[in-house]
Design a protein around this ligand. Structure first.
Ligand code: HEM
Length: 312
């Protein structure tokens, strides 16, 4: 049955289907008590349909969400039970990195179009994505050093540090480091996309450009290096926050700060998960591990928005 539904062939699914155990509060097969011939299959008002077009195999839902492919992607490399949660969490976070990128790009395009309302809406949706990302660490919160150590050799040199989706987000924030592109030298398409992201203005660059267009002078140019705190940019935000005429730009500043704070929260939860799962051992990606992650978490995103707090 699991195979017919396109589900990954895990022992759990097979036995669940054949045992008729409860799923979502109802025994499997209980939805229609009129057999599988379609009778009672949704003709009555208010009841979901059980018959669909037969042009393709599977339910329309499975085809839409590409479930057959999706559920085949969870292939742990070891027989350690805890690896399944680690792998699923990694894949969930990767998808959420992409969704977050989508929202931040929408925000960036809205800023370029002087549409502050749309930019704030996209940043707000992005903040919700970030909350889910940060909450996802709960899935690994109880991973013990014994469990992690048992499947860690199966990871080889694999580390989240090598995530291209994460790096693309970092570049969009303005946390740029072109040297990291070396990791993708064997993947021309990925390398080209990240090179373009390195050279493109960041979300923050576009926010500062909007300030400038709205009469708050910001002597700032996009760069391919990591954005460092600039006193002239602090002065621009001070003007935004202190002059009532710029209250809508102050809302943008606060939305960017919401974003920045959530980036740090994700890093802090990562740090805690690592501390709990492997203590002070070096990372699979070759870093010193905890110390490296702590330094990364300590770096403020959009630093002038934090620095200006000292002066308000
Ligand atoms: C408890 C399990 C985990 C441990 C022990 C762990 C450990 C580490 C370590 C030590 C680093 C530093 C680089 C290195 O030497 O490898 C790192 C970086 C990173 N990890 Fe994890 N990690 C875990 C789970 C995850 C998950 C589920 C993701 C989701 C994709 C992830 C994403 C990342 C990212 C994006 C970085 C780079 C962070 C940055 O540049 O600030 N990690 N991880």
């Amino acid at each position: 049955m699991a195979g017919a539904l396109g589900l990954r062939t895990r022992p759990g699914w097979e036995s669940l289907a054949s045992s008729g155990r409860q799923v979502g509060g109802r025994a499997m097969g209980e939805l229609s008590d009129t057999g599988e011939d379609g009778a009672g299959g949704g003709e009555a008002a208010g009841v979901p349909r059980l018959d669909f077009g037969t042009a393709d195999r599977g339910t329309p839902y499975a085809r839409y969400a590409r479930l057959a492919e999706l559920h085949r992607l969870q292939q742990p490399r070891s027989t350690v039970e805890a690896e399944y949660a680690f792998l699923v969490t990694t894949q969930v976070m990767e998808l959420l990195f992409d969704l977050l990128h989508h929202e931040w790009r929408l925000a960036q395009r809205a800023l370029r179009a002087d549409d502050l309302t749309a930019a704030l809406a996209a940043l707000g949706r992005g903040a919700h994505v970030q909350d889910v990302l940060t909450g996802s660490w709960d899935l690994l919160a109880t991973l013990t050093p014994a469990e992690f150590g048992a499947f860690r050799p199966a990871l080889g040199e694999a580390s989240g540090f090598q995530s291209a989706a994460f790096l693309r987000l970092e570049f969009l924030l303005g946390n740029k480091n072109g040297a990291l592109l070396r990791m993708y030298r064997d993947e021309p398409a990925g390398h080209a996309e990240l090179t373009a992201a390195l050279h493109a203005p960041s979300l923050y660059d576009d926010a500062l450009a909007l300030l400038d267009r709205r009469g708050v002078p910001v002597p700032h140019a996009a760069s391919t290096g990591r954005h460092r705190a600039d006193p002239a940019v602090v002065a621009a935000w001070r003007q935004v926050y202190t002059e009532p005429a710029h209250h809508d730009l102050a809302r943008l500043g606060e939305a960017l700060l919401d974003t920045a704070e959530r980036v740090t929260r994700w890093r802090q939860r990562h740090y805690s998960a690592v501390k709990r799962a492997m203590g002070r051992r070096p990372g699979t990606g070759g870093s010193s591990g905890l110390d490296w992650l702590r330094r990364s978490a300590e770096q403020d995103v959009f630093p002038e928005l934090w620095a200006v707090r000292d002066e308000l």
